[in-house]
Ligand binder design. Sequence first.
Ligand code: C5P
Length: 209
Amino acid sequence: MIIAVDGPTASGKGTIAKALAAHFGLPHLDTGLLYRAVGRQCFLDGGNPDDGADALAACAFPDSLLGDPELRSEDTGGLASRVSVHPAVRQALYERQRSFATQPGGAVLDGRDIGTVIAPEAEVKLFVIASVPARAERRYREMQQQGRAITLEDIAADLEERDRRDATRAAAPLLAAEDAVVLDTSLLNREEAVARAIALVELKRDKVQ
Ligand code: C5P
């Protein structure tokens, strides 16, 4: 079974995808991390993330970069959102994501275009959303825990900017697949959101079988 979990940043999709993978015993891939690694590598190379050639060159990042804690920062998230605009970057990361999705037994992938581009055949597609204030508040708490100095206002502005870029880009924009189930986590805590997601997957799985 392939489970695609898409949605904007800080919607809860990562938490949900991880919990679904643990619950159903499936491997999980956070595809945002790949784009973050490209953004970070581009920065380390002194490249321009808005330049297609510089961004493409950064796709050859070493696997060890995936463990860099700096990948989780807001700055790297912004760089990821800029490099992910280039079709050549999306193409370069496609095969890695596609082979993960199609491995025997299935997988859970979270990102922006899993249900639309990477695994349109996924048996279950969730599109996780939440209001900007709810997402900003979550991200703010996360950043505080990590000891990163950033204001709530800056986070909300950054989220809106990234939403706008992700939703309006020509290549694989952030878009719910026609057959995706929308899960709004604005008013749900972590446990409630996960329980709702598990119930939705079970419902879909039972229908397919
Ligand atoms: O999900 P996360 O915030 O880690 O993703 C960082 C950025 O990577 C997103 O803002 C988006 O621009 C890009 N991304 C993407 N396609 C994916 C996953 C992430 O374009 N499948």
